[in-house]
Design a protein around this ligand. Structure first.
Ligand code: ZN
Length: 281
């Protein structure tokens, strides 16, 4: 499932092929994905100029001037494909079936941008001019923005008995953090994912804020390098390989220097948490 760094990588990959350019045609091939698509999506997008390409949490936002904004979510398996007008610029991976191409945008340059989603948990919606969207209304600060501070997190955690893992997944506290990067951030900060959020001292919260930022920045950088390697070959955006220090490493030795512990896994709120009981307190 794409998390914030993957979505940011997709945004950066799409930017040169969309921003400032007109959508010559928007081919909408299904009435629904996870939810129904707006019936006038084709009409609104066709002929529109992309005035901006933004990300909020795990959503991609395509601004189309006075026509509003298109909101995209990649869901579980969604990907964006770029296919060039000039032959041979990009080669589609034959494993990515065209029958899962649900939205195909032909840009004025001839490049096509395709939203392909085999499992159809993704979504595309319109934010009308001057409106907001219920999925964006209650999101907390972006973890990489200046609003995500130790003061903010300390206030959000104060008095909370829920495990810190669960608190960090709460999108009202901080937007866009998912299971993988919460596990990685808590490992880097040396905090036990089961610890009550309200029982973490101020200095450790400040340290945690720094680790959340670092872990995301590292992953975005890894995404950027995968983009450079990969985009030219296939034009497929959305997934890349990371090396995780703790996520999905159950039973393997802890990677913290000087720690002889073993990575464990527990299920919290229905999702796996990975941590080292020797060095995360
Ligand atoms: Zn350890």
């Amino acid at each position: 499932m794409p998390e914030l760094p993957e979505v940011e990588t997709v945004r950066r990959g799409l930017q040169p092929h969309m921003e400032g350019l007109r959508i010559a045609d928007a081919d909408i091939r299904r009435p629904d994905l996870r939810w129904p698509l707006p019936p006038d999506l084709r009409q609104v997008m066709t002929g529109a100029r992309v005035t901006g390409l933004r990300r909020r949490s795990k959503y991609l936002l395509t601004d189309i001037g006075d026509r509003g904004t298109v909101l995209w979510h990649l869901g579980m398996s969604g990907r964006m494909l770029i296919e060039g007008a000039s032959q041979g610029e990009f080669h589609r991976d034959p494993a990515v079936y065209a029958r899962h191409d649900h939205v195909v945008l032909r840009m004025e340059t001839g490049t096509t941008i395709t939203f392909n989603d085999a499992r159809r948990f993704g979504m595309v919606d319109l934010i009308r001019p001057g409106q907001s969207h219920p999925l964006l209304d209650h999101l907390g600060p972006e973890p990489l923005d200046p609003g995500f501070t130790a003061d903010h997190l300390a206030a959000a955690f104060a008095g909370r008995r829920v495990p810190v893992k669960q608190a960090l997944l709460d999108q009202r506290i901080v937007a866009g953090l998912g299971n993988i990067y919460v596990s990685e951030s808590l490992f880097r900060a040396g905090i036990d994912p089961r610890r009550a959020a309200g029982r973490i001292g101020r200095a450790r919260i400040a340290d945690l804020v720094g680790h959340v930022r670092d872990v995301l920045a590292d992953a975005i950088e890894a995404g950027g390098s995968s983009l450079r390697d990969h985009r030219q070959a296939t034009g497929e955006l959305g997934y890349f390989q990371h090396s995780f220090r703790v996520y999905d490493r159950e039973g393997q030795p802890c990677l913290r220097a000087g720690c002889a512990g073993t990575v464990r896994r527990i299920v919290q709120s229905g999702r796996s948490s990975f941590w080292c009981a020797s060095c995360q307190r």
